[in-house]
Design a protein around this ligand. Structure first.
Ligand code: ADP
Ligand code: MG
Length: 589
């Protein structure tokens, strides 16, 4: 799929000089220039909104920073535009980091609201500063040149701005097919799974906000020198909404959607500005109304945008398997058989007056499968979440491999080698099984955003893919590698989560109701996988409802009822315990 996307971009890169040589009227070249500039802004939103699920109305303000920086500095200080580009990027980065860091820690609708406020305040700032020419803006910018060649107008500018667009698109496609890219693609589905894989979701949210802002600033720099004048109207909230509109209409998740959306909005905008006043008889910005209606219709009938209709007709080629000879990833030292791995000491959780977990203690030795069982509402999931750091404890201590992990976040605990699955499967449905599983190996790689964009990450990428394939084969999922994760049945989905957890190279595996929703055959397959993992030395904590499975595979059981420990022991001991029978049958004995 991704190679395919790269190919499309390369074809576009070849088409651009051909278009430049065609005898098109200058008007159309100018239109293509605007489309290229808008698409560059929209491309940033594809990453931020389409892939990352974060909405910004403030992209026009970042365009404005890029434009005003170069206008002010070239006019007043005679700096070269090639220098002011980088100053503009620097200023954009600083402001994006400030806006991002303040708002992205908060969940929900803070970012859209903050970007509206940001867009408005920058608009009024530009419009009221004497140095920036108030609402008249700055006039008389030079057009871009290399030596004595003017590349700031017409066909040469067309090639220049589309070169930026193509470079940006290629960087984005490369990024999304990488270790940080998979982390970014996980953001939309909430933070819990990504954090459990050791990913700092906050960092990636700030990163994509920054990248989108930088794309916008480059477009602003180009726009300023193309128009040779800047004024606030091009950078207000209305444009911010239009950029978002382009992205949504084109298809938020698609690099090509940015170009389609930008083209459509630009052409429609021009047409409507002439046609609507003629139709209605008075002048005014009526096109805004048409755009609003169109947006509602697109969201209702084509939520994935126009490009999704085109994309449907392209086959999704398989990822080329090029990692078979890559070196294995290093592994962590594992505890010796029988050594204590996990010690849970009197952990307690109160929700207001309810004691959900009441001073529970137990331990797991290396190579053991321990089952945590109990009727519904007994406190199993809460205990699981206290151990994995998803919930904070009211009191008590958790020691993992001799280290106190009581106060660590779920991200740091996973980095220590405690890997988990989820009661409700959490995956990225539109990624392949292999890519989903590779997310588990996130903490075992280190390639960043820049090296991924430039594709200098390939050696590490191959090692990660090899590890993902190895773990999938380890649990008998070898034939599902290239399947879309969202197309899997429940059984294979749960196994995929186990493979993803194994990719962390864990010393302890925590499974939350892995048999829920499985058929009899699938449960047997699961039991076989668990026994095999144990034979390879893995330690497992199994929270499970299914008594047959638990009795079948566990060495030790911990039984909870109403938050308290009912009993502990081997499956045979527990089965013989009258209190356990009573708890499960719900009768007093
Ligand atoms: P189990 O997984 O064994 O079915 P849980 O750990 O989910 O049980 O729940 C134990 C008890 O704690 C239940 O009574 C449940 O209603 C309560 N509980 C769980 N989570 C919360 C929460 N976030 N706020 C308040 N009560 C909760
Ligand atoms: Mg539960």
């Amino acid at each position: 799929m991704l190679l395919n996307k790269q190919l499309h971009i390369v074809l576009l890169a070849l088409a651009v000089p051909v278009i430049a040589l065609l005898p098109l009227p200058d008007f159309w070249i100018a239109q293509l220039n605007y489309i290229g500039l808008y698409a560059l802004v929209s491309l940033g939103l594809v990453l931020l909104t389409g892939v990352g699920g974060l909405t910004s109305f403030g992209q026009a303000a970042f365009v404005g920073i890029g434009a005003y920086t170069t206008a002010y500095l070239t006019l007043n200080f005679g700096l070269s535009p090639w220098v002011t580009l980088f100053i503009g990027l620097g200023l954009t980065a600083i402001s994006a980091l400030i806006v991002g860091v303040i708002t992205l820690r908060m969940s929900g609708h803070y970012l859209p609201l903050a970007t509206i406020a940001w867009g408005l305040s920058l608009y009024y700032l530009m419009g009221n500063l004497d140095a920036l020419g108030k609402y008249d803006g700055l006039l008389g910018l030079k057009s871009l040149s290399v030596g004595s060649i003017d590349i700031g107008q017409g066909r040469l500018f067309f090639v220049l701005c589309w070169a930026f667009l193509i470079a940006g698109a290629l960087a984005l496609v490369n990024l999304l097919d990488s270790r940080p890219g998979r982390a970014i693609r996980s953001l939309k589905g909430g933070t819990q799974m990504a954090e459990a894989m050791g990913i700092s979701t906050f960092r990636y949210k700030v990163t994509i906000f920054l990248i989108a802002a930088l794309f916008a600033a480059v477009a602003g720099w180009l726009l300023a020198h193309f128009q040779r004048t800047v004024n606030p109207s091009a950078f207000g909230l209305k444009m911010g909404i239009e950029y978002l509109f382009m992205t949504v209409v084109g298809g938020v998740g698609y690099v090509w959607g940015a170009i389609v959306g930008a083209g459509l909005v630009k052409l429609l905008d021009d047409y409507l500005q002439v046609a609507l006043p003629a139709l209605i008889g008075t002048s005014g910005s009526y096109e805004v109304i048409v755009f609003g209606v169109a947006l509602v219709l697109v969201l209702k009938y084509l939520p994935d945008g126009l490009w999704s209709v085109v994309a449907r007709h392209f086959p999704k080629p398989r990822r080329e398997v090029n990692w078979l000879h890559a070196p294995d990833l290093p592994v962590r030292a594992k505890p010796a058989m029988g050594e204590p791995v996990l010690v849970v000491d009197k952990i307690r959780k109160q929700f207001g007056g309810l004691v959900a977990v009441n001073d529970i203690s137990f331990g797991i030795a290396a190579g053991q499968i321990v089952g945590l069982i109990g009727p519904n509402g007994a406190g199993k999931s809460t205990t699981f979440n206290l151990i994995t750091g998803v919930l904070s404890k009211t009191s008590g201590q958790v020691t993992f491999r001799g280290q106190d992990v009581s106060d660590l976040s779920s991200r740091d605990i996973s980095r220590q080698g405690m890997a988990r699955t989820f009661q409700h499967v959490k995956m990225i449905a539109d990624m392949t099984v292999l890519e989903n599983v590779a997310m588990g190996a996130y903490t075992r790689g280190r390639s960043g955003v820049l090296s991924s964009m430039l594709r200098t990450n390939q050696a590490e990428e191959q090692r990660l893919m090899k590890e993902a394939q190895r773990q999938l084969e380890r649990i008998g999922m070898g034939e599902y590698l290239h399947e879309q994760a969202g197309n899997l049945a429940m059984g294979p989905q749960r196994l995929m989560e186990i493979a993803r957890a194994l990719c962390c190279d864990p010393a302890l595996l925590l499974l939350d109701e892995p048999a829920a929703g499985l058929r009899h055959k699938e449960k047997q397959a699961l039991a076989a996988v668990l026994r095999q993992l144990q034979s390879e030395g893995m330690s497992i904590l199994l929270v499970e409802h299914d008594m047959d499975l638990v009795m079948d595979v566990c060495d030790q059981l911990v039984v909870m009822e109403f938050g308290t420990l009912l009993t502990r022991g081997t499956p045979a001991e527990v089965q013989a315990n009258p209190a356990v029978r009573a708890a499960y049958l719900g009768t007093e004995h």
